[in-house]
Design a protein around this ligand. Structure first.
Ligand code: PEP
Length: 222
């Protein structure tokens, strides 16, 4: 069985204390070689959470970035500064950031040449810039229908399979081997059916990842 990727996006749900407490709980997470686990805390706590989890296999990633290199980008998050604190991947174009940032295409055109890995969120297949993707960067794609994010309404498995197989067939025509995750109200009750699909390479989990027990159930469901 191929390794499944499970990403916990903590968004801005947790306080500093809660983020540190969840990070400490994750020290006890039982991971297997069937899964690759990543968590994405609020930017303010990224460094501290990364340090807490540095002895584990859990990768800590950024929720967003706004530029590749250092520049006059007040309030932004640069890839180079993320690397300075040993954060080596970022979500890009999450629907909650898409509404206020530069276009995904323009930020990808900056970070791909610098070799900074990312998880690109999309809602429509035509939002994926297939022409600039490559296999050298360990890119991850995440299908996240906006209506399913934070609503408790998960896409049906047939719908997920249809979208994922469309994306995978385009990728394979281009000779690209890029994992495609699903995100949108994934929880302990629906994760198994989703993760069992051969078209799904993992899940991007928001709300449920902020509760240790629920995240643990998701990670251990495969
Ligand atoms: C997300 O924020 O990427 C997400 C999928 O959220 P939720 O699981 O809460 O729907």
């Amino acid at each position: 069985m191929k390794q499944k990727i499970i990403i916990g996006n903590w968004k801005n749900y947790l306080s500093h204390k809660e983020s540190i407490s969840l990070a400490n709980s994750l020290l006890g997470l039982d991971t297997s070689d069937k899964t690759r686990v990543m968590v994405s805390p609020n930017h303010l706590y990224l460094n501290e959470v990364n340090q807490i989890l540095s002895t584990t296999d859990i990768e800590v990633i950024s929720q967003n970035l706004t530029s590749a290199e250092s520049k006059s980008d007040t309030g932004g998050i640069t890839a180079v500064n993320l690397k300075n604190i040993s954060i080596n991947r970022s979500l890009v174009a999450h629907s909650e950031t898409r509404i206020r940032e530069k276009t995904p295409q323009s930020i990808l055109l900056e970070i791909i040449p610098m070799g900074f890995p990312f998880v690109l969120c999309f809602e429509e297949i035509d939002q994926i810039p297939f022409d600039i993707l490559n296999d050298n960067l360990e890119i991850i794609l995440a299908y996240e229908p906006v209506w399913a994010i934070g609503t408790g309404e998960t896409a049906s498995i047939d719908h997920i399979n249809e979208i994922h197989s469309g994306v995978k067939s385009k990728l394979s025509k281009l000779g690209l081997n890029i994992p495609v995750l699903y995100g949108g109200s994934v929880n302990p009750s629906n994760c198994k059916e989703i993760l069992d699909s051969d078209n799904v390479d993992g899940v991007l989990v928001g709300g449920a990842s902020t509760k240790y027990d629920q995240f643990q159930e998701i990670v251990n469901s495969i």
